[in-house]
Ligand binder design. Structure first.
Ligand code: AMP
Ligand code: MG
Length: 485
């Protein structure tokens, strides 16, 4: 039986449309109770923007709800079913350690999933324990909130609650639960799962649900599912361009980790590139560099081809016609992406209008950066500050100045554009690790809060925090020095 609503004043307004789909799409399962829930991070601004009452959540009762120990009124907890290509191989999956409490309706008319991640075993857990460790949940909180501050579509993080229990990975770690807020959790893998059932009405009900939820403009058209597929491609092209322009490496771009809402989802071994290199990869399990920085756009393309395969029966009654349409549609991704990427790079370089040489200018800068092993973020900061020095840049700088224009007004315009397009601070990997270690091992949240304070206003170029703005020194042992300070 559902546990009672303990927080009548939090202003939840649940309306659970996914749970109204047929039971094929999910399993009803409640979060496993935890021993001693304690709020570690609570996102007051996000709570307010969702129409929730922070005062009713940012306390003991809030910790009980956001750990799954008590259910808010209107919640209908489920684990969602999905499949996915993981590192290229097809697998049946599902929420193995997450539970969707329901869809909350915000006062400004949005519908958002409220999901607990790390909330216990489900029918999809396979060998897993259904739990999450504090460090990775804090990492998701930090990185997702940075992405949001950058204006990059992303799931958000409402809270991190520790469970008072240990989880066992290679070592014993404090357990935690993240409350994730998402436009939805419909993934490429959800369609792959529906397609694997080989029943048209299952696939169609998911497609109709997705149209209603994210692509309502497609609803009245002659070919709504084709229109939705094209719109999904456009959203992914835009998203990938934004990732590339800020040096974000997702790390596990499996099809189950690509959301059809166009939001960045599932922050696992993700990282920001410091030294520019297309082959940059951080995930310790990505031995072949499948998800390296420079490969991300083509992996997105590959994932979209898997989506097209899954949606195939929806494109046309005739399989041949459907295939023909899908093949042609999928071919356009590269161009969609290139156009978005170029627009992003133009903003980063402060180029006011589109000209012939833009692409070469952007690519040539990246080539020099690669040869020099330059820091990705700071190269653009140096360009803004007029400090991009060195023989290698001389000829390039002359071309750039010509493209920007030499009149004071043109230069000011370029500068303003660049200040809005290039972050002054990113979550540097060593600072993220330092903050997580300190919180996880020493219970000291100060470094984490300092990091959050800086990275949630990334375009504040008046910030002067060199230790957060420089890459890790080559010989640094950043983690050892931290505990006890
Ligand atoms: P991910 O790579 O984090 O997107 O996870 C891939 C799949 O493994 C998803 O179906 C997850 O729900 C599942 N999973 C990850 N960690 C656990 C865990 N500790 N217990 C159970 N399932 C898990
Ligand atoms: Mg996942």
């Amino acid at each position: 039986m559902p546990r009672s609503a303990e927080s009548p004043n939090a202003s939840w307004r649940f309306d659970n449309s996914y749970a109204r789909l047929s039971g094929d799409f999910y399993s009803r399962v409640e979060p496993a109770p935890v021993k001693e829930p304690r709020m570690v991070l609570f996102n007051t601004m996000l709570a307010e923007s969702l129409g929730l009452t922070p005062g009713a959540l940012h306390n003991g009762e809030g910790a009980a709800i956001l750990s799954g120990n008590s259910l808010p009124q209107g919640a209908e907890p489920i684990a969602q079913a999905y499949a996915g290509h993981q590192y290229g191989h097809f697998t049946m999956l599902g929420d193995g350690r997450a539970i969707l409490l329901g869809e909350h309706l915000t006062p400004d008319g949005r519908r958002v999933d409220i999901q607990l991640k790390g909330s216990g075993r489900t029918p999809y857990s396979r060998g897993g324990d259904g739990r999450a460790a504090l460090g990775p949940m804090l990492r998701e909180y930090v990185i997702s909130e940075f992405m949001y501050a950058m204006g990059i579509p992303t799931t958000r993080s409402l809270a991190v609650v520790t469970t008072g229990e240990s989880v066992y990975r290679t070592e014993q770690l404090p357990g935690a639960i993240l409350t994730r807020v998402a436009a939805s959790h419909i993934r490429v893998g959800t369609f792959e799962w529906a397609a694997a059932r080989r029943e048209r009405n299952i696939l169609e009900s998911l497609a109709d649900h997705t149209v209603r939820r994210h692509y309502s403009n497609a609803a009245g058209l002659a070919h709504p599912y084709r229109a939705m597929f094209r719109a999904i491609m456009e959203q992914q092209a835009a998203l990938l361009a934004q990732w590339q322009c800020c040096g974000f490496i997702h790390g596990v771009m499996n099809t189950d980790n690509m959301a059809l809402s166009g939001e960045t989802i599932d922050y696992g071994p993700c990282a920001f590139m410091d030294t520019y290199h297309p082959a940059a990869v951080f995930s310790s399990i990505d031995h072949h560099g499948r998800y390296a920085y420079g490969s991300q756009p083509s992996i997105a393309h590959w994932n979209l081809a898997r989506l097209a395969e899954a949606m195939l029966p929806l494109f046309d009654e005739s399989e041949t016609a459907a295939l023909e349409w899908a093949n042609e549609a999928i071919l356009s991704f590269k161009e969609l992406y290139e156009r978005r990427w170029l627009a992003g790079m133009r903003a980063k370089l402060g180029l006011p209008k589109q000209t012939e040489g833009d692409r070469a200018l952007a690519e040539d800068l990246l080539d020099i950066m690669q040869r020099k092993s330059a820091d990705f973020t700071n190269t653009f900061r140096q360009l803004i500050a007029g400090h991009l020095e060195g023989e290698e840049y001389r000829e390039w700088l002359a071309r750039w100045q010509k493209a920007v224009g030499t009149a004071p007004a043109a230069r000011k315009k370029a500068r303003d554009l660049m200040l809005r397009a290039n972050p002054a601070v990113i979550p540097r990997n060593h600072k993220v690790e330092e903050a997580l270690m300190s919180a996880s091992n020493c219970g000291d949240l100060r470094p984490l809060n300092r990091l959050l304070e800086l990275i949630t206003r990334p375009f504040d170029h008046t910030v002067n925090a060199p230790d957060y703005q420089q890459p890790a020194p080559a010989n640094a042992l950043p983690y050892q020095t931290f505990c006890g300070t």
